[in-house]
Design a protein around this ligand. Structure first.
Ligand code: CTP
Length: 411
């Protein structure tokens, strides 16, 4: 129900702006009030007069208009709305939003708002597919915006492909979904409201203040999984061992060094619905780390390092009582009989799923960008094709979304 809700509709430049006129009508029919902001590009496609007539309100166009600012400042426009809808969201306006520009009324309102924002992208298919637009779109999703579409089909420019703005009634349904606070069925955010913990990277186990034991994990797979879960709307805490990667957008990162610190950071991130342990945790640490740098004693004999076993984070999370995450996923890096070892590991550690991969010599998995994995669940195993680590992360995140919402289609 959207009766009585206040929608601020921002119409940016694009042929799809004509559909926004129908959107105003569909919203008004349902009892919502609609106030409109028209960008200069939008005004090339629909007139302020038709927008004003349909919305039965003034149309706001100019950031520096004395009249507009005195009657209705840009902050008030956002404050007096329950939801901001950008339809059509042009490539240019999305780029401005993703980069925090505020050089016209629409971008200023979007930067100043603390209200939910829904974007309905619409543009030429090549513009949509361009890496810059895809990057901006992912940034906006990571920032917590809602999105609907674009759909695929015949475009006004005569080409065929993705870029078509969603139909007014689809946008209305998305608005109803957001404003009802119900399960989010929108494009790409099925994990909204779910909390996830992801471990990533190696751990460093100190020998003395300058030396440590470590392994070759880059953290690429774990970081990509954290990003993919966040893209699907999850609130993600990434517990990361030392790495050279950028922090994924929209993810809370807890940097740690040792396995003990990793476990403590995971425990303090509970409760969570999802735990994905992708870190290459050192199995052992040095008992009694030396307080000072260890010196050669002149005997020619190396010092003996006394190793003790580290806590198993995956097994600890899997065996929690009461606060066990609903889905616990482990990784299994093997160099031989990959699936058999992974099955045994799943049983031993008590996790729900194991993502098994072959890290043997010649696979290039450790530190590389590709991964060939098998997903082991209670129901059996799936052999996934070799994919980029980002693609493995996306596929896994979608499977996780499907686990929590059987209606969500992971394929
Ligand atoms: N793991 C963990 N804490 C540890 C060791 C491993 O959380 N102390 C997790 C890893 O993040 C991964 C899974 O357990 O999800 C498997 O780790 P792996 O090192 O491959 O397995 P091991 O338990 O070490 O078994 P094995 O030595 O037989 O390979």
């Amino acid at each position: 129900m959207i009766t009585g809700k206040r929608i601020l509709l921002i119409i940016s430049g694009g042929i799809a702006a004509y559909k926004s006129l129908a959107l105003i009508r569909r919203l008004k029919e349902r009892g919502a009030s609609v106030r409109c902001v028209l960008t200069s590009g939008g005004a090339q496609f629909v007139t302020p007069l038709s927008v004003a007539a349909l919305s039965e309100d003034a149309v706001y166009q100019d950031l520096f208009s004395l009249k507009d600012e005195s009657e209705m400042g840009h902050i008030r426009l956002s404050r007096e709305a329950d939801l901001l809808v950008v339809a059509p969201a042009s490539a240019d306006l999305m780029a401005k939003m993703a980069n925090g520009h505020a050089n016209d009324l629409a971008s200023t309102i979007l930067l100043a708002t603390d209200k939910p924002v829904l974007i309905a992208p619409a543009m030429n298919t090549r513009m949509w597919d361009h890496p810059a637009t895809q990057r901006n779109f992912q940034t906006l999703i990571g920032d917590g915006l809602h999105a609907i579409g674009p759909g695929a089909g015949d475009l006004a420019c005569g080409e065929v492909g993705s870029g078509r703005m969603s139909e007014p009634l689809e946008i209305v349904a998305a608005i109803e979904g957001i404003l009802s606070g119900g399960p989010d069925t929108l494009h790409g955010r099925p994990l909204q409201g779910r909390r996830a913990i992801v471990t990533s990277g190696p751990t460093y186990e100190a020998i003395d203040p300058v030396r440590y034991l470590a392994n070759r994990s880059s953290g690429k797979q774990g970081h990509a999984i954290a990003a993919a879960l966040a893209d699907l709307g999850a609130e993600v805490v990434l517990v990361a061992g030392p790495n050279n990667l950028a922090d994924p957008t929209g993810v809370t990162v807890r940097d740690i060094e040792s396995a003990a610190q990793m476990l403590a950071a995971c425990e303090s991130a509970l409760p969570a619905d999802i735990a994905v342990c992708a870190a290459a945790v050192a199995d052992w640490r040095v008992a009694g780390e030396a307080e000072q740098k260890m010196k050669k004693d002149g005997s020619g004999q190396p010092p003996a390092l006394n190793l003790v076993e580290n806590p198993d984070i995956l097994a600890t999370l899997s065996k929690l009582n009461g606060t066990r995450p609903g889905l616990v996923v482990g990784f299994s890096a093997e160099t031989e009989t990959v699936v058999e070892h992974a099955r045994a590991k799943r049983a031993r550690k008590g996790c729900d799923w194991i993502v098994a991969n072959d890290v043997g010599a010649g696979t290039g998995v450790m530190g590389g960008d590709q991964n060939t994995v098998h997903l082991i669940t209670a129901d059996g195993e799936e052999n996934w094709p070799t994919m980029a680590k980002d693609a493995v992360a996306t596929a896994l995140a979608r499977r996780i979304a499907e686990f929590f919402d059987a209606d969500f289609d992971a394929d």
